[in-house]
Design a protein around this ligand. Structure first.
Ligand code: ZN
Length: 232
């Protein structure tokens, strides 16, 4: 880089500092999306190492799942809330890929997640995706798939209805509300496959459950679950 463009870059950096998505402080060259301090201190679950973790247990008796994990614990007011907020509402698309790569690095060596054939993100409704410009779960899925060297598919599992915000509904109502929201297209491509279903945040598991029920109708071999965060 010549000195003029370096100067220009430094100026841009001063005007639009590159901020950490976790703590909001400036980040240094060589860091991307999260500062080193956040990378070392954000609450990792290590759920990929524990088959009987809280995400997996939450789905027991509801839908057959081979393995389930989330990368981080989500707590109100914490750094993970900032990370998810920036991912969903602040156009931080690179952050989504980064979170996916962090998940992929962990799944690579976790035996329960071996042999994944296809990564499928929880879809957004077309209209919502158009407004936001991207599907944050798809970004995470892309990061995971690139790390595991498998394909992502965004056309087999579709969200065919919009849902009102779910935050005030209980678990049963949430599932009732989600039941008819998803559908599968080109189902012949799913038969015999180990699918990794990817969401941004798992809360009650209602969304995962509704997607899983649809996917299981079409002869998939195994369904595993990964999310960026788990909110109890
Ligand atoms: Zn930070």
């Amino acid at each position: 880089m010549n000195s003029v463009s370096k100067l220009f870059q430094d100026l841009i950096g001063l005007l639009f500092p590159n901020l950490c998505n976790g703590c909001g402080h400036s980040i240094y060259q060589g860091e991307a999306f999260l500062c080193s301090k956040c990378l070392f201190t954000i609450p990792y679950t290590d759920y990929h190492l524990f088959p009987q973790n809280k995400v997996a247990k939450q789905l027991w008796g509801r839908v057959p799942v081979n393995a389930a994990m989330a990368l981080l614990y989500f707590k109100k007011g914490g750094k993970v809330q900032n990370i998810i907020h920036n991912l969903k509402y602040r156009n931080q698309t690179g952050l989504g890929i980064k979170l996916g790569e962090m998940i992929g690095d962990r799944l690579k060596t976790a035996p329960d997640y071996s042999g994944i054939d296809l990564v499928i993100p929880v879809p957004l409704h077309k209209k919502r995706q158009r407004n936001r410009g991207y599907n944050q779960s798809e970004l995470i899925a892309n990061g995971i798939a690139a790390t595991l060297n498998v394909n992502v598919n965004t056309t087999f599992l579709l969200r065919t209805a919009t849902t009102a915000t779910q935050t005030k509904k209980g678990r049963y109502m949430r599932f009732e509300n989600m039941k008819t929201v998803f559908s599968v297209k080109n189902s012949e491509n799913l038969a015999g496959k180990h699918i990794l279903l990817v969401d941004d945040v798992i809360t009650t598991g209602a969304t995962i459950e509704a997607c899983a029920i649809e996917l299981h109708k079409f002869g998939i071999k195994k369904l595993s679950i990964a999310a960026a965060a788990f909110a109890e």
